[in-house]
Design a protein around this ligand. Structure first.
Ligand code: NAD
Length: 488
């Protein structure tokens, strides 16, 4: 995907004519305006509405130094003290929900009610994570020796986030890194940095200076951050190609890496379900956040017996969606977040129209208005070998694929490089669990798809990622296991 956020593109961006509100970055406990600025566009009208810093190499270095300096004392505090700080931080998110939600809707496009839900859920995720007890495990205790498995923090963690659910991703990375005794330098996506920068301002007075630093900038800033030898851990959420670059950048200094990458999730609907009962949930799991969710349903396999009924009901729901500016309380679905993503989706639409037999059962239109709006689109009578099925669209488009034999559906669902999550929909729960367990994915659901929980590990198989975030596995990935032998 073409990115607007190369160093050159930022330098070329025309300076906005009217002064826009500027949001600073958090370095060593202080908000810093930054030497250089870059505009942030609202996807609802494609106009800049704010500016943020494009952090210079010197500002990045100061942020990492501050995190390194703060690590000494922070890593010596205990879990209870860190839990208390993070609980206050989660409370502050709730108290400031109006301001953060407005910024999130303006920069990301989602309806205001959805922004509020993301922030409330993010605060809840922090609380779920800090409720997990981390204690040493006794591996052996006999006449000769006592052996303990302990965990030590790693040092300075780098967090890099995508633009689709920036607050959820930021909160989860902050909570995991800080609770386990690390300090952090966090870089949000240049497409949607504002709400995350507000989190930085909010943390002042709640966290010791330097423990959390939040800086903004283009893709080159991400590359500089991940290749800095002072970084001990990288938690990255974004696309596969960038994930590969992050792995390479981490290799020379052996930084621990967690990669949360893209997906092309399949949902398999068995003929024993009632289409009326499952369609609303399946529709929401595909189109929430205008389809811009890593674990959205992106390929829907439906048994031939109920295929036409499912397509008709999905199409009816798609037609009923009120598309609009997320700031309008009447809006159900906002725009696609950015121009590059919008252009990619237009390319997919053109490809569908050129595919013999493919049928657009609903949507497919691009309203004639400013901003990046695409109506929710249901594509019927398509199969593997078309771009809409084989690629991750990451937008409001769902291909519905017919199958006759569930064994064939499972094989086709697995025939992809991706492996984030998947689901099986059936009234037979035991059979559903067996079938879902055969999906080559990090998370398999029966009769639901999507939704996160800070206490439950999440991550991808195959090209959808490396490692897990959330839950015990997530916390463990921010720590170095240490085995302590005491000879008696
Ligand atoms: P992206 O890879 O373009 O960018 C993600 C982040 O990486 C941004 O902050 C960007 O500035 C930064 N970056 C870019 N180049 C970099 C480099 N060389 N080194 C370090 N950082 C760099 O991804 P995106 O378009 O923002 O996000 C969309 C993708 O994210 C989709 O594929 C989606 O499925 C995936 N995603 C995955 C999860 C998950 O949990 N698995 C969650 C949300 C989104």
């Amino acid at each position: 995907m073409r990115s607007l956020w190369t160093d050159q593109a930022i330098a070329d961006a025309a300076a906005p004519s009217a002064p826009l509100p500027h949001y600073g970055q958090l370095i060593d406990g202080v908000m810093v305006e930054g030497e250089r600025r870059m505009p942030v566009l609202s996807p609802a009208d494609a106009q800049p509405f704010a500016t943020v810093p494009d952090a210079s190499p010197e500002e990045l270095s100061r942020a990492i130094s501050a995190a390194q300096h703060a690590f000494g004392r922070w890593s010596e505090t205990d879990f209870a003290a860190r839990r208390q700080c993070l609980r206050r931080f989660a409370d502050a998110m709730r108290h400031n929900i109006d301001e953060i939600a407005e910024a999130l809707t303006r920069e990301q496009g989602k309806p205001l009610s959805r922004s509020r839900r993301e922030i409330a859920n993010a605060a809840g995720a922090i609380e779920s994570m800090i409720a997990i007890e981390v204690s040493p495990r006794l591996l052996r205790d006999d006449a000769r020796e006592r052996v303990e498995l302990r965990y030590r923090p790693l040092g300075v963690a780098a967090g890099i986030t995508a633009w689709n659910v920036p607050i959820m991703l930021a909160a989860q990375k902050i909570a995991q890194a800080l609770y386990t005794g690390n300090t952090m330098v966090l870089k949000p996506s240049p497409y949607a940095p504002v709400a995350t920068l507000l989190l930085g301002r909010l943390s002042i007075g709640l966290l010791p200076p330097g423990v959390l630093n939040i800086i903004s900038g283009g893709n080159a800033l991400g590359a500089r951050l991940t290749s800095d030898p002072r970084i001990s851990k990288i938690s990255f959420t974004g696309s596969g190609p960038t994930g590969e670059a992050v792995l390479k950048a981490a290799a020379p200094h052996f930084a621990r890496v967690t990669l949360e990458l893209g997906g092309n999730d399949a949902a398999i609907v068995l003929p024993d379900v009632d289409p009326d009962a499952v369609v609303p949930e399946i529709f929401a799991a595909a189109f929430n956040n205008a389809g811009q969710i890593c674990m959205a349903i992106k390929r829907l396999y439906v048994h031939a017996d109920i295929y036409d009924a499912m397509v008709d009901r999905l199409a009816d729901l798609a037609e009923s969606v009120r598309l609009g500016d997320g700031m309008d309380p009447e809006t159900d679905m906002g725009p696609v977040q950015n121009r590059a993503q919008f252009d990619k989706l237009l390319g997919l639409l053109a490809d569908i129209r050129a595919t013999p037999g493919a049928r657009i059962a609903a949507g497919g239109e691009v309203p004639d208005r400013a901003g990046y709006f695409i109506r929710p689109t249901i594509v019927a009578d398509v199969a593997e070998g078309t771009r809409i099925v084989d690629e991750e669209p990451f937008g409001p488009m769902l291909p519905v694929i017919r199958y006759d034999d569930v064994e064939d559906a499972i094989a086709r669902a697995n025939a992809t490089p991706f492996g984030l999550s998947g689901s099986v929909w059936t009234s037979d729960l035991d059979r559903g669990a067996k079938l879902a367990g055969r999906l080559e994915v990090g998370t398999a659901w029966v009769n639901r798809h999507g939704g996160g929980d800070g206490a439950i590990p999440f991550g991808g198989a195959k090209a959808s990622g490396i490692g897990r975030e959330h839950g015990r596995l997530g916390l463990a990935s921010y720590m170095e296991p240490q085995v302590l032998h005491v000879r008696k």
